[in-house]
Design a protein around this ligand. Structure first.
Ligand code: 5AD
Length: 348
């Protein structure tokens, strides 16, 4: 196993069989080496810096019905909310004061936020905070809409591909959604000039190691600037309520493999990882992650943006507790920085 880890670090690639072996390995010593090498590669590119992104979950209305997601449209138990323009700008103001230089506007696919409404919001944020990056994460749109938001000043876009396996995509989503359109969106976003993030859930229902291998192959082909991965966690009001969650161990291992295949990638240790393991996000740094995305949403709505059960929201992952996060990251040997935290790969 160790020779494979070395080879992956050197070549950023491995044959299918060897990569599969890494994905499923049960070898604590090799696991430690994998983490160490991934952390070393992260160190070479980004040093000990941890970039923070202020996450503003501005609407949980969604027209989609993804089987795994707690804010799917057919979940009648979800308490729906939508922040006003002023509330969103107030989140940015608070975040700026706390040292955030990236704002991530994330929401369900809410038709209320039309192309023009969201473009206006992006313009307002960029006007007030010209030194900040704006990241959008609002799902599948047509190219003209993505272009309009880019022209309004949006810098980055997060759209997880969810899975690169056609069959699994079908089992996780209703008929009207397609992997093909998801991929079309990702290509358009990159073409337009966004820094683009894709990603997937680890341990999703019906997912096999071979499907995770496909995700890694997709990442290599697409060359995203960011990759967001986290364990699947069941939500009680979804069809997958009784499915077992993904593990922190598998997620950490995949973080490390991704760091070794894409040395320059921006790699968050996600809230879902922190939810399945309390020190998951700190441990993520030890496996090559270099980004965390504390929650800047108003406290009154945080519980309502429930993609899965037991989502953490008021501890160190909360933006107002960024001082705590700085402390615990410093104790683990990392430095939370006030910077936009752009991709360091050069070119596009
Ligand atoms: N468990 C973990 N992650 C989830 N997401 C949605 N539902 C869940 C869940 N039950 C992820 C999806 C989506 C992102 C915003 O959150 O990957 O793209």
């Amino acid at each position: 196993m160790k020779d494979r880890i070395r080879r992956l670090e050197q070549d950023r690639d491995l044959p299918d069989r060897d990569l599969l072996d890494l994905i499923v390995m049960q070898d604590a010593e090799a696991e430690a080496l994998l983490a160490q090498r991934a952390a070393a590669v992260r160190q070479q590119v980004y040093g000990r810096d941890v970039f923070i992104r202020g996450l503003i979950e501005f609407t949980n209305y969604c027209r989609n019905d993804c089987f795994y997601c707690g804010i799917r449209r057919s979940n009648a138990c979800a308490q729906r909310y939508r922040l006003t323009r002023e509330e969103i700008l107030a989140c940015c103001r608070a975040g700026y004061g706390l040292g955030f230089r990236t704002f991530v506007l994330q929401g369900g696919e809410d038709p209320f936020f039309t192309t023009e409404r969201l473009a206006e919001l992006v313009r307002a944020i960029k006007r007030a905070y010209p030194d900040c990056a704006v990241t959008l994460s609002v799902g599948e749109k047509d190219r003209a809409t993505y272009q309009a938001w880019f022209d309004a000043g949006a810098d980055r876009y997060l759209l997880r591909h969810e899975t690169a396996d056609e069959g699994l995509y079908r089992r996780l989503h209703p008929e009207e959604l397609s992997l093909q359109n998801r991929m079309r969106c990702l290509r358009d976003l990159k073409d337009i000039g966004y820094q683009v993030g894709c990603g997937f859930m680890v341990g999703a229902p019906f997912q096999t190691p071979e499907m995770l291998l496909k995700d890694l192959r997709f990442l290599q082909a697409f060359q995203p600037h960011m990759v967001g991965i986290g364990p699947f966690i069941p939500h009680r009001d979804t069809p997958f309520r009784d499915c077992p969650p993904g593990t922190a161990q598998m997620t950490l291992r995949l973080l490390a493999i991704i760091r070794l295949t894409l040395p320059h990638v921006l790699l968050p240790a996600t809230t879902a990882l922190g939810t399945v393991q309390s020190d998951g996000r700190q441990r993520g740094m030890g496996y090559g992650a270099n980004v965390v995305m504390p929650n800047l949403s108003p406290l009154s709505v945080r519980k309502k943006y429930a993609l899965y059960d037991n989502k953490i929201s008021t501890g160190e992952e909360a933006a107002e507790s960024v001082a705590l996060l700085k402390q615990s990251m410093a104790a683990a040997g990392y430095r939370v920085v006030t910077a936009r935290g752009d991709w360091k790969g050069g070119g596009q």
